[in-house]
Write a protein that binds this ligand. Sequence first.
Ligand code: ADP
Length: 450
Amino acid sequence: MFNKILIANRGEIALRVVRAAREMGIASVAVHSTADSDAMHVRMADESVCIGPPSSTQSYLSVPAIIAACEVTGAEAIHPGYGFLSENAGFVQVVEDHDLTFIGPTAEHIRIMGDKITAKDTMKKLGVPCVPGSDGGVASLEEAKRLGEEIGYPVIIKATAGGGGRGMKVAQTADQMEKAFLTARAEGKANFGNDEVYIEKYLTTPRHIEIQVFGDGKGRAVHLGERDCSLQRRHQKVFEEAPGPSISPEERAAIGKTCADAVARINYIGAGTIEFLYENGEFYFIEMNTRLQVEHPVTEGIFGVDLVREQIRVAAGMEMSFQQEDLTINGHAIEVRINAEKLPNFAPCPGRITQYHAPGGLGVRMDSALYDGYSIPPYYDSLIGKLIVHGRDRPEALARLNRALGELIVDGVDTTVPLFHALLQEEDVLTGGYNIHWLEHWLETNLGGS
Ligand code: ADP
């Protein structure tokens, strides 16, 4: 096992990794920009290294600065958290070239899943169900139009290098194909330097269901059920739960096995998430994330496992501490993402926290790096905390969420907490009857923003 690991991240996720390391008797090194000198992850880690100015490109994304921080502190492995360098195959290569261990999958796995056409093609060959569409890239408008007729409208044109919801355009009818095709291509070129696009059937009322998988890198893999993350604003998840209210135990076992078998066959190592759209009882693969997800705590809640601990174990060459038959679901968990943002437009709202009180009690987990007097810097994303509740069943989890939100105090900045108070009044949220468009419609109707 490692003696010391470095965490190439900040905020709640850096703190999350510090906690797992400490319980394992592993020393942790925090890195930080000059804007984060007073951050909680810096205070809680055993050591810290300043790696640059506020701009992420010069600090949290600076590969030389991070490698140098490992060398001066003697850290043997790097946990990337999520975002920043977590899905950067080039970084993983540099880490390995310096005889350090990346706590995550191989550069090759990241590369395969980072290109959407290659990812889809790989998953199809591994027996994972995909959205009907073109086989690979679509080179011309004529071909796009022919495929549109063949697949049937509406269709979605996607840039193979796209991400974060960019480089995707929907054509509702044949008339809209030319514009959608050319725009998706132009966005791919402008944002990702690659104008290759492909076409898929556009699903009109799907849910977002993702399967958590975990591999040991030696051909063994398990699944830890699904998370329903359908409540999204601009393709960003805001409320996640496990198990999914619409998924039966039989469906879970079947899709879970398909996913676990697929990643076992490619000797996948560590945590991964296979994302699907789910409509009329069918699953359609959309992408795989080769890292820990923001919403991993809901899975930890219902299975009672520590996914970061497992990531560190397998990276150190140890076995996973569970097998498929050890993994049984206990109750229901929900996470809400608390952002420093002002409603109705969700404008980022950095500033000084004058008072902070975290909720507690049975079944309540608050993952946050906030403290009284902390100043949220304006340079990074606006997630300031995740409130996760666990109950014996979904109604208990919802009641607990309502109670915990009422206890939470974050003064000094605006947050998305009022959104969750309002959502918990909605029948569709209480019954789990929503799809990926539900929240956008609700926001338009209720807040007049989007
Ligand atoms: P990104 O990498 O940009 O996040 P994804 O492929 O994960 O792109 O898709 C993001 C979102 O776009 C999905 O969660 C879904 O809301 C929508 N989407 C993607 N593909 C389809 C499709 N075939 N039909 C309907 N919606 C889709």
